[in-house]
Write a protein that binds this ligand. Sequence first.
Ligand code: PA5
Length: 446
Amino acid sequence: MTLKLNEKYIRPFVDEKELASIQSEISAAHKVLLDGSGEGNDFLGWVDLPKNYDKEEFARIKVAAEKIKKSCDVFVVIGIGGSYLGSRAVIEFLNSPLYNTLKKDTPDVYFAGCNISPASLKELLQICEGRDVCINVISKSGTTTEPAIAFRVFRALLEKKYGVDGARERIFVTTDKARGTLKQFSDEAGYETFVVPDNVGGRFSVLTAVGLLPIAVSGVDIDALMKGAADASDAYKATSSIEESDCMKYVAYRNLMYRQGKATEVLVSYESYATMLNEWWKQLYGESEGKDKKGLFPASVIFSTDLHSLGQFIQDGKRNLFETVISVKSREVDFPIPYDEANVDGLNFLAGVELDEVNKTAMKGTILAHIDGGTPNMLLELEDRSAYSMGYLLYFFEFACGVSGYVLGVNPFNQPGVEAYKKNMFALLGKPGYEAQKAELEARLK
Ligand code: PA5
């Protein structure tokens, strides 16, 4: 089985009756998601996407990826939130967080426009010096400040280096199919464009061109990724039964935890290659459920690293959290622990033992310790670290998120809360039309 939810370490924390009683709510939410009768139903394009996608564009993505691979050393992906987290999660999970330092026949992939840090931008410009560069600017709205600034900078760099005509061959744009200034600008400039479908929100867009182009450039098999997601969609759409569907089991347990007063779900992995997957998941659940003064706070850790920091809190701090642990079952590397004649560290009892075995044993020991400390654990067992399994996992979380949001009683597909900071920032920066707010905000900052 590609993905299995092991409930052994959470079941003792849940009353049998509670589990049975949430079934009807889950069935109702599952139906609302599939028949499109709930709030936010104009953003359900992702539900059928793994099968019902634009095949012509998919083929074009592959061609563009090959062209990019051949023509640059550095590929800069410009986007923020849902316009970068998915591709980065997949690239780093399937390759390595050290992807850019590995020997490989694909360009180094860097991300820009995902913050407003001058230091990061300057550093990336230095990295690009003397190297061939292509960029992919990704923005559904086409007006988001962070990527717009980075696009200005990189467009200028490319035009200076290659001329306007040369730059045109190196700029790829992923945006709305018809609306928005970025689409209009790209058409006028002659850039190749890809589409963020109208009915797919940013955080659900990893399996559109938003995610697929950068992922393909990194060398990942996007056919296998889509196949994994398609098989997951068949499995999870077929039944809303908690018994039969691990996806619905996940929805059940996290909502029961929430009702018990657990405020935080911690996504746990024992591999640093999952760091950006954690970030993608945090956006998916944070933006989908954190509204109307409701929702679990999505947090994440990488163990064993964080066992030496947040591990203390999880073991022993305020009992208001639970963990969802992702474990990759297959062993992919042979890394036996070396024998050391001097045995100064006393570790010769581990000589010859695979590092993977030690890592998985650390996981088992930690889960038992944490449940003894009162932190329930769900264990998500992923078959292997392949593009197929990754696609399956992405869809698992997306589908669970849609159903879970409806069980919680929110619209999982809007994000009204992300606008507040933008208004204040624009007002303080003196954007025309924001004069009244500017004066009021400045007075508050004095
Ligand atoms: O999930 C979302 O909708 C957001 O995180 C957006 O992806 C993010 O704000 C970027 O928006 P845009 O693609 O319009 O630049």
